[in-house]
Design a protein. Structure first.
Length: 563
């Protein structure tokens, strides 16, 4: 049996879960071998447990003995804060159940701790983490970069033995992936620098990845023979798909009649199923559709879910859907990836997702358990979207998949990571270039391009008031780089590949409750008396500090007094 090599406590716990799935049977031996592993399997096939169970097995074996120090050994990286939240919750439950089994059998088992580090993590929790490191750390690519750069948090990463990169396809084809690849290279350098530790094992997970070989190289940096293994059971899965076309003729722009038909049909489908996920492409549309569905189904039946809502409101929507208290949630990409939201029966996609992989991910949120049949309904709003949706359904049925295009050595990301790494320690230029080239997107980085980036970082940018942006000191005689004053702070506060759009906090007074966030453009253009939707609730603006005092437009923290 595939579970036989695991600790008896792990075997007993897994017996209550069920039989191993194909990705688990194929993946566990490869993970135990210590090689890098890329697991590609359909949604709901147990990929995450395939990656985590071997890690839990190692931790349980160590927890049985007295030699179980407070050190981080497993690092889980997820592209979404919401997904990171979900993984931590789903780790705490099996750990508690394993501990309960140990207590019943009189087995002394040290506590195995998990922690979450994202942009939502409170400062007190971050400080607690540095004082007493968790055994499993769940984070995002951007937070990993900060952890690697900040002096105290950097120390807890020195003991990492396994790195799990979930939904790797979601980052590999853009600059976030290049940023993560350099962070993983920096982590490997940190762990192995003193020569006492092995390189951390990397495990990648995805349901929709193509081409497999190139993404495996992206994961490992150098996918040499014997260093990594691809475990692929395909991405195809039986699905029930249909395109819902309104009776009113579709045109180049969706009419009021078309939208009304879509709302009515959505309400019918939601009533016919226990739980439904409605996916949209914008946050504004999420609020609008949720509001319309509430009018048809009741206020307690539908909620919206998107990145502008506060963490508390997002978690509330996830929990209520999981517990069956909601009939539907209208979401953006915030619920697209593998978040555990219970047994969703139907996924409805409004408009075209413009990607086969995205369509598979969204439809796969329904029936997200072994043996279930996902159900998806596409709702085109224009003639163009009708053609796209029909093409998507055909491609999914034929088993086709988008091909990822990994960016080639983006220099703006390189500049960020160079400042961050040199801020942590002094480097010989040749060693730093070798470190950068160990990341797959930078494997072909030219010496000339590297030198030009270092020139800009060391000499700064000239303008009418002198020079600025000189973060590194370059010793051309000895070929060494060291950080200037303020380099570490600049790296921590300015890192990442997500566009820097100012976000303003929306605060309901007099309670002082944070409702969510608004984009800068919306906040600046708001006036006293304006009414808008956020979290499916109507809010009236009673006071606009930015309108009253134009100087405050530069302030990042901005409150809208609401009623």
């Amino acid at each position: 049996m595939p579970v036989s090599p695991f600790d008896p406590l792990i075997r007993q716990w897994f017996a209550g879960v069920g039989k191993p799935t194909e990705p688990q049977e194929l993946g566990w031996p490869e993970i135990r071998s210590g090689r890098d592993v890329l697991i590609s399997a359909p949604t709901g096939s147990g990929k995450t447990l395939a990656a985590f169970l071997s890690c839990l097995d190692q931790l349980v074996r160590r927890a049985r003995t007295g030699d179980f120090p407070d050190e981080t050994t497993v690092l889980y990286v997820s592209p979404l804060k919401a997904l990171s939240n979900d993984i931590q919750k789903n780790l705490d439950r099996p750990l508690a159940e394993i501990r309960e089994l140990a207590e019943k059998q009189g087995i002394g088992l040290a506590s195995i701790r998990t922690a979450l580090r994202t942009g939502d993590t409170k400062a007190s929790e971050r400080q607690r983490m540095t004082r007493k490191p968790p055994h499993i750390l769940v984070t995002t690519p951007e937070s990993l970069y900060i952890l690697l750069t900040a002096e105290k948090s950097r120390q807890i990463l020195k003991t990492v033995r396994t790195v799990i990169v979930d939904e790797i396809h979601a980052v590999a084809d853009d600059k976030r992936g290049s940023h993560l690849a350099l962070s993983l290279a920096r982590l490997e350098r940190l762990v192995t620098r003193d020569g006492g530790s092995k390189r951390p094992q990397r495990i990648g997970l995805s349901a929709t990845v193509n081409p497999l070989a190139e993404v495996a190289e992206f994961l490992s940096g150098e996918f040499r023979e014997g260093r990594g293994k691809i475990v692929s059971v395909g991405h195809q899965r039986a699905m029930e798909l249909a395109v819902e076309v309104p009776r009113d003729e579709l045109s180049a722009v969706a009419s009021t009649e078309t939208w009304s038909e879509i709302y009515d049909r959505l309400a019918e489908l939601i009533k016919a199923h226990r739980t439904t996920l409605v996916f949209v492409n914008t946050r504004r549309l999420s609020e609008r559709i949720a509001h319309q569905l509430q009018e048809r189904l009741g206020e307690d039946a539908v909620l919206s879910h998107h990145g502008s809502l506060s963490r508390q409101l997002r978690l509330n929507a996830e929990e209520r859907l999981k517990e069956g208290e909601l009939k539907a949630v209208v979401a953006t990409a915030s619920l697209e990836l593998g978040i555990d939201i219970g047994t969703v029966d139907l996924a409805c996609l409004i408009g075209s997702p413009r990607s086969i992989a995205v369509a598979l991910q969204r439809v796969g949120r329904s029936g997200h358990w072994v043996g279930a049949l996902p159900q998806g309904r596409f709702f085109p709003t224009t003639r163009d979207e009708l053609i796209e949706c029909a093409a998507l359904v055909r491609a999914i049925r034929k088993g086709e998949l988008d091909r990822l295009e990994i960016p080639e050595a983006p220099l703006d990301i390189l500049a960020q990571q160079l400042v961050a790494e040199v801020a942590c320690e002094e480097y010989a230029e040749a060693d730093l270039l070798a470190l950068v080239r160990s990341a797959y997107p930078y494997r072909n980085l030219k010496q000339k391009d590297f030198d030009e980036v270092v020139d800009v970082l060391s000499e700064g940018i000239a303008h009418s008031r002198g020079r600025s942006g000189a973060y590194l000191h370059r010793d051309r005689v000895n070929g060494r780089l060291r950080a200037r004053r303020g380099a570490r702070l600049a790296a921590i506060t300015s890192g990442g590949a997500i566009p820097d759009n100012a976000q303003y906090a929306v605060i309901a007074e007099p309670e002082g409750t944070k409702v969510g966030m608004l984009d800068e453009d919306f906040a600046i253009e708001s006036s006293v008396g304006d009414i808008f939707l956020l979290g499916t609730t109507s809010w009236r603006v009673q006071s606009c500090p930015m309108q009253d005092d134009p100087e405050r437009r530069e302030c990042f923290q901005y409150k809208m007094i609401l009623k």
